[in-house]
Design a protein around this ligand. Structure first.
Ligand code: TXA
Ligand code: MG
Length: 309
């Protein structure tokens, strides 16, 4: 079962896998087409950046730059239900999974099945394996209800049953909680001197377990700066103005084509890398109309938001 999952993932397919928190809908993070399939399957109306799951800290360091504090948290809590957002090492890596950001959310999960898959070297983008808006899946049968056609590796009931805690660090290397989870990060405001041991301020509690007194939660929306091109974007453009870089869709003449054959999955996979490439030409950008259906809705959401400044 695990070998089959690895085979499918390496071929760019998506697979549901158990983790100790919840079941994840996994795809190769470095393969933007595989990641586009995740967004398409979940029916998310927008591209939220996803967590990239890796086997160990050494693998994490290949894709992320860890500050002193970030490293301490990683060493203390991995493998486990903690996700750490750090600067990306290679800006081009996992363009869609990171929604074009130059930071990346990384987690080393503890579930033996997930670990076995990651041991193959795969780095997996994996949001919870449910259709957007439906309940979070903590058993294989929940996943099957949402996705009857997706390969699921049965791993029993998830021990934690709640998504991982997501943290990042500010410019002074102070920890900031972006999403609360089972791992309680306490007193996040208090640490300002290097002599403090941030990791020791953490404890693991169940849902409703001990909360730190000074916990400060910043909702992802507040901190998460979405990738926005430097140049203005005009959307639903049937043709470009002479000074514009034209991003097309379908069979047409353009500078970059999201998908010549009109595939929304392919367009989603190309979106962020083509936006970056077009932006680098330092001219206004025009984008052809994208059908507002399936993953096209997420593409249009992203484009609409980048066209308002
Ligand atoms: O327990 C879990 O974390 C599960 C299992 C399957 O591992 N996965 C999960 O993934 O919940 P996902 O992709 O649904 O959660 C992503 C969270 C969101 O809150 C998102 O805003 C945040 O991580 N996130 C991802 N990348 C980020 C970034 N670069 N900066 C800030 N927040 C980020
Ligand atoms: Mg979720």
């Amino acid at each position: 079962m695990i070998e089959k999952a690895i085979e499918l993932l390496k071929a760019g397919e998506i697979v549901a896998l158990p983790t100790e928190t919840v079941y994840g809908l996994a795809g190769d993070a470095g393969n933007d087409t595989a990641v586009a399939k995740i967004y398409a399957a979940k029916g998310r109306p927008s591209f939220n950046p996803l967590i990239v799951h890796v086997y160990d800290f050494a693998a994490a360091e290949k894709i992320g730059v860890f500050s002193k504090a970030a490293k301490k948290f990683a060493k203390k809590y991995w493998p486990g239900p903690l996700t750490i957002v750090v600067p990306k090492r290679d800006k081009k890596f996992a363009a869609l999974a990171t929604a074009g950001l130059d930071t990346i959310a990384i987690r080393v999960p503890a579930h033996p099945i997930m670990r076995e898959v990651l041991k193959s070297g795969l780095m997996l983008a994996a949001p919870s394996a449910n259709i957007s808006g439906k309940l979070t899946p903590t058993e294989a049968k929940h996943v099957a209800e949402n996705f009857p056609h997706i390969y699921i590796v049965e791993g029993g009931k998830c021990e934690v049953g709640l998504e991982s805690t997501v943290i990042t660090f500010d410019e002074h290397d102070n920890v900031i909680v972006l999403r609360e989870g089972v791992l309680q990060i306490e007193d996040v405001r208090g640490r300002s001197r290097a002599s403090h041991q941030p990791a020791e301020r953490c404890s693991i509690g169940g849902p409703g377990g001990p909360h730190g007194e000074h916990k400060k939660i910043i909702s992802p929306g507040q901190l998460l700066k979405h990738y926005a091109p430097k140049n203005p974007i005009r959307i639903n453009a049937d043709s470009p103005q002479p000074n514009e870089t034209f991003i097309g869709f379908g069979n047409m003449k353009c500078d970059f084509n999201l998908s010549e054959r009109g595939s929304l999955i392919e367009a989603a996979a190309n979106l962020f890398s083509m936006l970056h490439a077009a932006d680098a030409l330092n001219k206004p950008i025009a984008v052809a109309p994208i059908p507002n259906e399936e993953v096209g809705a997420a593409i249009n959401d992203r484009l609409t938001r980048s066209s308002h400044k």
